[in-house]
Ligand binder design. Structure first.
Ligand SMILES: *Cc1c(COP(=O)(O)O)cnc(C)c1O
Length: 817
C-alpha cells in the first residue's frame, strides 16, 4: 500500500513545522493572532498526521486479511479526552511539549481546551471505550460501532444545591478527531407494512418502510499503544434522506417538510441520560435500530469483500452486544439474510446464532429492557414478525424439553404478557447469542442462579463470565504520570501492556526509598487535585487529610446515602461534644455524581449532599477536620484527576446489586484502599489484594436475600441504634435545611419505610469499618504498604485481560500481527 504523504519525523523541528502548517493552513490564523482553541485544533490535527499512515495501513490489512473481526456494538462510548491518549500512543508527549514551548505555548493549557466526548452515562459506556483501546493495543481486528450524539451526557451544574442540567455542546468548538464520510451514508427504514409473496414456490416477506433516514458515518481513530495500529470507531449520525430534501422543494408545505427533516435528525440528537433505568421511549428504540442497522450494513457491504458468501459470516465476525441496547441487530441480521439475501429461515438462524454474543450488565429488574409489542410493531413491523417466529421456534424447543410445563414456556417466552405485551430484549439476546456473559464472577453466578436461571439450566454451556477491566493506558499511565514513572523506574515499562507485571512491585514494600517516593507521589497527586478543584470549582483541599472519595452515578443501589449518614454521624459526634475535635482524624470527603434528570430521589440526594456540605464546611467546630466537597459534573476528565489522589475508595453498593463496577478497579490500581461490600468485582479485588488490605463490611448477598425474604423493617434499626437515630433526626429536623422539616422528608421516610437497598441495615457495620480505616490511616507506614500492595496485586483488572478472556471464551478470534 502506498501512503502518498509521508508522516512527519519524530523530531521537535518536524513537529513544530507541522503544527505551524496546521495553524496557518488548517485554521487560517497566524500564531500571534491564534486563540487557545485554534492552537488546540492545530495541535490535534498535527498529532493526527502521525497516526494517519498507521490508520490507513490497519484498515488496509483488515480488509485484506481473512481474519475474524470483533464488532463491538454499543449505544455508548464514554471516551474521555483524545489528545493525551493520541500523544501517548504515538510517543509524542515530550516532542510536542518541547515544540510548543519553543513557540511559547503551554501544552497543558491546550490539553485543558479539549471538551471530552461524553457519549455515555457511566460504567457501561466507559467499559466500551476501554475495550476498543485494548482491542487496538492487542492488534485484534476490530471495529466499534455506536451513535454520534450531537449532545452527550448533560453538563451538571448546581443551583442552590440542586442539580440543573445544561446541554453538552461538545461539538461547538470543532471536533478534530472525527472524519465524516457523507458518501458512505446508508438508508435506514422505519414503520410501514410487510407483505408476503411467493417466489419460486417459497413463501417470502417484503417490508415497505413508511419513512427513512440516512446514517452518516463519522470515523474516529482508536490508537493502539506503541504497536503501530490504529483501529476504527464508527459512530453514526442521522440525516434526512434525499427524499426529504426533494419533498422540501416540491411540496407547498415547506415548513412542514423542514420540520420533517429536523425530525429525522433528532434520532442522533441526544444521549438518553438514564443509567440503569431505561425509559422505554420511542426515540430511544429509533436510536437503537438506527445504529445497528447502519452498522450491520456497513460491515456486510463495506468491511467484507463484495463477493463474500454470507453463509461464512461467522468466520469473519462476532458482533458483541453491549447490554440489550443493540439487540434489535438480531432480527435485523435475520431480515437481511432471509428477505434480502434469499436465505432459508433455518440457514439464516444458524448463521445469526453464531454471530452474536451478549453481555449482561445488571441484576436490577427495572434495568432489563422491554419494548411494548405495540411500539415495536409500529416502528419495525418486519422485525416483530421475525421475533415472533424466533420465539415460536424457541418455545417449541422448551415445550419439547419440558412437556406439560406450560408455565415454564410462559416464563421463558421472549414475549411478556403482563403488564402489557412486550419484547424482553435480554431473553431475545440470550436465545440468539452464542454466549451470554456477566461482568464479574459474582454477577455471572447470580445471572445463572437468578435472572436467567431457566436459560442457564437449558443451555449451561452458553453462560460464562468475563470480569470487567480498565485500560492501564488512560487510568494509570496518563492519569497518574508520577506513579507511572515510579513504577517504571522500579520494574521497567512493560507493565503498560502487561499489567500483571505490577506483581514485581511486591518486594518494594520493604524498600524505604520506594515507599517514601510512593507516599510523595500520592501527596503530589493531592496537590494537583487541589489545584484542579480550586480552578474548576473554587474548592479547597487539605492535602494532609485522608481523601475519601465516592464518585459514580447517583443511584439508590450504590448507596451514596450510606456515605452521607457516616458524614452526618461524624458531624453530630463532634458538635454534640461526644467526640473531642482532636480525636477526629482529618478527612476530606469527595462526592461526584450525576443523577438522571427524571430520577427524583437521586436528585433529592444530590440536594442533601450539597446541603450537608454547606453546613459542615461553614461550621468552625469541625474546621480542619471534616470537609465535604461535591464538585459538579463528574466526568472522565475529573476522574483522571481525582482517582490518583484518593486514599480511600468507596464501593458500598448493596451486595448483589452492582454487576461489577469499574471505578473500584481504577482506585485500587492507583493505590487507594477500598472500603466495600462483598459485591461485584469488589469480591475479586479483595481476593487479590488480601483481606488485610481491604475494608470489608456489610451483609453478603445471601444475607440480603434472607433479610428481604423475612421482611426488611428499617424502623427496627432506627429504634435500636442511637447514633443512626440521631443522624436521621438531624436530617429530618432541618439541621441542613435552615430548619425546613419538609425538604428532606422524602429521603428520610424512604430510608425508614421503603428503601429497597437496606441502607439502615448496613449502617453500623459501615461505621465500624470506617473506624478501622481511621485507625489504619494513623499508621502511615502500614497504610503505604497496603496501598502499594493494592497497586501490585490488581494487574488482573486490565481491560487487556478482559479482552483476552473474551477472545478465548466467546469470540474465537485473536490478534493478527
Ligand atoms: C469508571 C467510571 C464510571 C464507573 O464507575 P462505577 O464506580 O463503576 O460506577 C462512571 N463514570 C466515569 C466518568 C468513570 O470514569
Amino acid at each position: 500500500m502506498i501512503v502518498p504523504t509521508p508522516t512527519p519525523d519524530l523530531t521537535v523541528d518536524a513537529f513544530t513545522r507541522a503544527f505551524l502548517r496546521e495553524l496557518n493552513f488548517g485554521q487560517g490564523v497566524e500564531l500571534s493572532a491564534s486563540s487557545v482553541n485554534d492552537q488546540y485544533l492545530a495541535l490535534a490535527r498535527t498529532v493526527r498526521q502521525y497516526l494517519m499512515s498507521r490508520w490507513l495501513e490497519t484498515q488496509h490489512r483488515q480488509r485484506e486479511s481473512q481474519a475474524k473481526s470483533v464488532a463491538y456494538l454499543s449505544a455508548e462510548f464514554l471516551l474521555g479526552r483524545q489528545l493525551d491518549n493520541a500523544l501517548l500512543c504515538t510517543g509524542l508527549e515530550e516532542i510536542a511539549d518541547e515544540a510548543l514551548r519553543g513557540l511559547d505555548i503551554d501544552l497543558s493549557e491546550l490539553r485543558d481546551a479539549e471538551i471530552e466526548p461524553g457519549l455515555g452515562n457511566g460504567g457501561l459506556g466507559r467499559l466500551a471505550a476501554c475495550f476498543i483501546d485494548s482491542l487496538s493495543t492487542m492488534s485484534v481486528p476490530s471495529i466499534g460501532y455506536g451513535i454520534r450524539y450531537e449532545y452527550g451526557i448533560f453538563r451538571q451544574t448546581f443551583v442552590d444545591g440542586h442539580q440543573v442540567e445544561q446541554p453538552d455542546t461538545w461539538l461547538e468548538l470543532g471536533s478534530p478527531w472525527e472524519f465524516p464520510h457523507p458518501e458512505a451514508a446508508v438508508t435506514v427504514g422505519f414503520g410501514g407494512q410487510t407483505e408476503s409473496y411467493t417466489e419460486d414456490g417459497e413463501q417470502r416477506s417484503r417490508w415497505t418502510p413508511a419513512w427513512s433516514v440516512l446514517g452518516m458515518p463519522y470515523n474516529y481513530m482508536v490508537p493502539g499503544y506503541h504497536n503501530g495500529r490504529v483501529s476504527t470507531l464508527r459512530l453514526w449520525s442521522a440525516r434526512a434522506t434525499r427524499a426529504f430534501d426533494l419533498q422540501i422543494f416540491n411540496s407547498g408545505h415547506y415548513a412542514d417538510a423542514v420540520r420533517a427533516q429536523t425530525f429525522a435528525e433528532n434520532i442522533s440528537k441526544v444521549l438518553y441520560p438514564e443509567d440503569s433505568t431505561p425509559q422505554g421511549k420511542e426515540l430511544r428504540l429509533q436510536q437503537q435500530y438506527f445504529f445497528v442497522a447502519c452498522s450491520l450494513r456497513n460491515f456486510i457491504e463495506d468491511v467484507l469483500p463484495a463477493d463474500f458468501d454470507l453463509h461464512r459470516l461467522p468466520e469473519r465476525v462476532m458482533f458483541q452486544l453491549n447490554d440489550t441496547h443493540p439487540v434489535i441487530a438480531v432480527p435485523e441480521l435475520m431480515r437481511i439474510l432471509v428477505d434480502e439475501k434469499g436465505f432459508g429461515w433455518d440457514e439464516a438462524w444458524e448463521v445469526t446464532q453464531q454471530c452474536f454474543a451478549y453481555t449482561c450488565h445488571t441484576l436490577l429488574p427495572e434495568a432489563l429492557e422491554v419494548w411494548p409489542v405495540e411500539l415495536l410493531g409500529r416502528l419495525l413491523p418486519r422485525h416483530l414478525e421475525i421475533i415472533y417466529r424466533i420465539n415460536d421456534d424457541f418455545l417449541a424447543q422448551v415445550r419439547a424439553t419440558y412437556p406439560r410445563d406450560e408455565l415454564k414456556a410462559r416464563r421463558m417466552s421472549i414475549i411478556a404478557e403482563h403488564p402489557e405485551r412486550a419484547v424482553r430484549m435480554a431473553y431475545l439476546a440470550t436465545v440468539a447469542g452464542a454466549k451470554v456473559n456477566g461482568v464479574a464472577e459474582l454477577h455471572s453466578q447470580l445471572l445463572r442462579d437468578k435472572v436467567l436461571d431457566e436459560f442457564a439450566t437449558l443451555w449451561p454451556e452458553k453462560f460464562t463470565n468475563v470480569t470487567n477491566g480498565v485500560t492501564p493506558r488512560r487510568f494509570l499511565r496518563l492519569a497518574n504520570p508520577e506513579l507511572s514513572r515510579l513504577i517504571t523506574d522500579a520494574i521497567g515499562g512493560g507493565w503498560v501492556t502487561d499489567l500483571e507485571r505490577l506483581r514485581e512491585l511486591e518486594p518494594f514494600v520493604d524498600d524505604p526509598e520506594f515507599t517514601r517516593r510512593f507516599r510523595d507521589v500520592k501527596r503530589r497527586n493531592k496537590l494537583r487535585l487541589a489545584g484542579v478543584l480550586e480552578k474548576r470549582d473554587g474548592l479547597t483541599v487539605d492535602p494532609d487529610s485522608l481523601l475519601d472519595v465516592m464518585v459514580k452515578r447517583l443511584h439508590e443501589y450504590k448507596r451514596q446515602m450510606l456515605k452521607l449518614l457516616h458524614v452526618v454521624t461524624l458531624y453530630d459526634r463532634v458538635t454534640s461534644g461526644e467526640l473531642p475535635i482532636e480525636e477526629l482524624a482529618p478527612r476530606t470527603i469527595v462526592f461526584g455524581a450525576k443523577a438522571a434528570p427524571g430520577y427524583k430521589m437521586a436528585k433529592d440526594i444530590i440536594w442533601l449532599i450539597n446541603s450537608v456540605a454547606a453546613t459542615v464546611n461553614a461550621d468552625p467546630r469541625v474546621e480542619g477536620r471534616l470537609k465535604v466537597l461535591f464538585p459538579a459534573n463528574y466526568n472522565v476528565t475529573l476522574a483522571e484527576k481525582l482517582i490518583p489522589a484518593a486514599d480511600l475508595s468507596e464501593q458500598i453498593s448493596l451486595a448483589g446489586k452492582e454487576a461489577s463496577g469499574t471505578g473500584n478497579m481504577k482506585f485500587a490500581l492507583n493505590g487507594a484502599l477500598t472500603i466495600g461490600t462483598d459485591d461485584g468485582a469488589n469480591v475479586e479485588i479483595r481476593q487479590l489484594v488480601g483481606d488485610e488490605n481491604f475494608f470489608l463490611f456489610g451483609l453478603t448477598e445471601p444475607e440480603v436475600t434472607t433479610v428481604v425474604d423475612k421482611g426488611y423493617r428499617p424502623a427496627a434499626y432506627y429504634e435500636a441504634n442511637e447514633s443512626l437515630r440521631r443522624a436521621l433526626d438531624m436530617i429530618a429536623s432541618g439541621t441542613f435545611s435552615h430548619g425546613d422539616r419538609h425538604a428532606f422528608e422524602p429521603i428520610v421516610s424512604n430510608l425508614l419505610y421503603q428503601d429497597r437497598f437496606l441502607v439502615l441495615a448496613d449502617y453500623q457495620a459501615y461505621l465500624d469499618a470506617q473506624e478501622r480505616v481511621d485507625e489504619a490511616y494513623g499508621d502511615e507506614e502500614a497504610w503505604t504498604r497496603s496501598a502499594i500492595l493494592n497497586v501490585a496485586r490488581t494487574g488482573f483488572f486490565s481491560s487487556d485481560r478482559s479482552i483476552h478472556d473474551y477472545l478465548g471464551r466467546i469470540w474465537g478470534a485473536g490478534p493478527v500481527h
